[in-house]
Every structure is written in C-alpha cells, then in structure tokens.
Design a protein around this ligand. Structure first.
Ligand code: RB5
Length: 143
C-alpha cells in the first residue's frame, strides 16, 4: 500500500513522525513535504497529495496542518477526494466505514503523536462498508 503524505509548517513535525512510523510498518510513502518550520501554504500540499491519489500513484493520503481544517478543505475541492478531519477513534473508523475517506487529515497543533498513530492505524485498517453508503458517495461525486 502506498501512502502520499503532505503538511504545512503547522503539521510537518507530526507528519514526519507518522511517515517514519509508516515506513517502519512496511508502507511505501511519498513524502511531499514540507520538511521545515518555514512558513508555507497548505493548499500546495493538499493539492500534491490529492493528485497522487487521483493519478493512482498512492492508495491513501495523510495531510497535516495546524488545525487540519484548511488542508482538508483544500483537498476536498478535488472531485473524488474525500478528506476526513479526524479528531477521535470513532471518526477514524467512521470516515472509512461510511465515507470511504481516502485522506486522513490531522491537526498537528492539537493532536498528540500517540493519538495520531492510533487514528492512522484505525483509518488504514478499516474497510468501507459499501451498500447504502456507496449511493451517498456517488451523490457527492455528482454534485
Ligand atoms: C498556519 O498558521 C495555519 O493556518 C494552518 O496550519 C492551518 O491550521 C489552517 O487551517
């Protein structure tokens, strides 16, 4: 499984720790940066990760900005991208079961590493339930 990762200056430290964790677990990771505290614009990194998924270079995405809000809003501008801002165990699970989310977005300034790793593991191991949820996702794509 290939994961595309991206973050701004508010999220790069958490992103880097999660990238290291994913590689240690055997995932292939495309790291789109950023990799320093210098100020950057989160839409650039949302776009890089969204494109990796839509071009099938990656199966899932990981995006981190300060709050997770801006970077998830930006990623969700792309048709076919379902970026979920995850703030607890249930959101990690439900974003996959009901929404077939293909990007997990996290707030680097508000999320401990331990929680982030746990939510990422839940996200990557939970299958989409399909059924009635498939119809709803098709409706999103048709908006
Ligand atoms: C950057 O300061 C901050 O605005 C950004 O990381 C994010 O929180 C935006 O939603």
């Amino acid at each position: 499984m290939i994961i595309s990762a991206g973050a701004d200056h508010g999220g790069f430290e958490l992103k880097n720790k999660l990238v290291a964790f994913l590689r240690q677990e055997g995932y292939e990771v495309i790291d789109n940066g950023t990799n320093s505290p210098d100020s950057v614009d989160y839409p650039d990194f949302a776009q890089a990760v969204a494109r990796d998924i839509l071009e099938k270079k990656a199966d899932f995405g990981l995006l981190v900005c300060g709050s997770g809000i801006g970077i998830s809003i930006a990623a969700n501008r792309f048709k076919g991208i379902r970026a979920a801002l995850v703030t607890n165990d249930d959101y990690a699970r439900l974003s996959r079961q009901h929404n077939n989310a293909n990007i997990i977005a996290l707030g680097g300034r508000f999320t401990s590493y331990e929680d982030a790793e746990k939510w990422l593991k839940i996200f990557l191991s939970t299958p989409f339930e399909g059924g009635r949820h498939e119809r709803r996702i098709e409706k999103i794509d048709n908006i």
